[in-house]
Write a protein that binds this ligand. Structure first.
Ligand SMILES: CC[C@@H](C(=O)O)C(=O)SCCNC(=O)CCNC(=O)[C@H](O)C(C)(C)COP(=O)(O)OP(=O)(O)OC[C@H]1O[C@@H](n2cnc3c(N)ncnc32)[C@H](O)[C@@H]1OP(=O)(O)O
Length: 295
């Protein structure tokens, strides 16, 4: 079984966020009422978002609602935000693997919740919560990937850029539901594959298989593995990029994160700040003492 790894796209922040890690896209000035939308979403129960943080600095985030193809209930949207908050303060963190329970990824919002979120205002509130959360997920100072076995549909396709096994499929079904992506998936897709290809995927609700993913530049890598040990393979893959100390790994993600979203001057200033945080740090001093030869 072939597995395509899509390293999470890296979106970046301005220098303020790099220090406070708390900048979100939406707040009350945008008409966003987090308490109100969470109260509404809390009525749609079921499933869970399970976070496991390993001693080696790699965390697993499981989208767990297999009875509904891992569709996001309201409480799962709230839990996802809570897990991201946890990861934002994980000082030993180096990597993150997002996956779906029972060999399928995610089929988007729970349609029962979708039907009950009936007004445009409530729909936009849900989008603002999910855009805030998924942006924070992308901005975590962790090398991360998510992988699909089975389906990633609708909002499930809008989650981080994904891994797909050779029977899997990513599909933006929004247009068939009279919608467009709302969790930030359209903007991120354009950033990753360009507007021409993104327009085709959205307007045609095209099924994206692994070969197509590789051609589009969405797939970073292919790992052949059996269903049982695919999570192990994902760990092996991510560990290529998470060697060394957590602080240096996090600094690497931050400089890339900052370099993509900021104007050059701000990105340079952020780079200088982040460099200053690791210059003369334990890993730097250890490397100098060892006289590391880069074979
Ligand atoms: C911003 C986008 C966001 C939004 O607007 O809020 C969205 O994501 S809207 C939702 C978009 N997603 C979908 O439309 C996917 C709907 N599901 C399917 O197309 C199919 O279920 C599948 C994912 C292709 C899998 O098909 P199949 O293998 O044939 O399984 P079943 O269809 O029998 O599903 C098993 C079981 O799961 C329930 N299910 C599946 N998806 C959802 C969902 N999104 N919400 C709620 N429940 C879902 C399905 O109803 C079956 O349940 P039972 O009938 O009770 O067995």
């Amino acid at each position: 079984m072939g597995i395509f790894l899509w390293r999470r796209t890296i979106s970046t922040l301005n220098i303020r966020w790099l220090h406070c890690r708390c900048l979100t896209l939406y707040n009350s000035s945008h008409g966003y009422d987090e308490v109100k939308i969470k109260e509404k979403l809390s009525r749609f129960k079921g499933g869970s978002i399970n976070l496991s943080k390993m001693d080696n600095g790699i965390a697993e985030l499981c989208i767990n609602n297999p009875a509904r193809m891992n569709a996001f209930t309201g409480t799962m949207m709230i839990e996802l935000e809570e897990r991201i908050s946890d990861l934002e303060s994980w000082h030993d963190g180096k990597g993150l693997i997002v996956y779906g329970a029972e060999n399928t990824f995610c089929s988007g919002s729970d349609l029962n919740a979708v039907k009950a979120i009936s007004t445009p205002q409530e729909g936009m509130m849900m989008c603002m919560l999910m855009q805030n959360t998924l942006t924070r997920l992308q901005r975590l100072p962790l090398i991360s990937l998510a992988f699909i076995q089975g389906k990633a549909l609708g909002g499930g396709a809008e989650l981080p850029q994904l891994v797909i096994s050779d029977e899997s499929e990513v599909r933006f079904v929004h247009k068939q539901m009279g919608l467009v992506p709302g969790w930030g998936g359209a903007a991120r897709l354009i950033e990753i594959i360009g507007s021409r290809h993104a327009l085709k995927l959205l307007s045609g609700s095209l099924r994206v298989n692994p070969v197509h993913a590789l051609e589009l530049g969405l797939a970073d890598d292919i790992i052949s593995t059996g269903v049982d040990d695919s999570l192990l393979e994902a760990h092996k893959w991510i560990m290529q990029y998470t060697k060394g100390s957590a602080d240096v790994n996090q600094a690497v993600k931050k400089v890339i994160t900052s370099g993509r979203e900021n104007i050059l001057a701000d990105a340079l200033r952020a780079e200088k700040e982040i460099f200053g945080n690791v210059w003369g740090g334990p890993a730097n001093l250890q490397a100098l003492a060892k006289g590391t030869k880069h074979k």
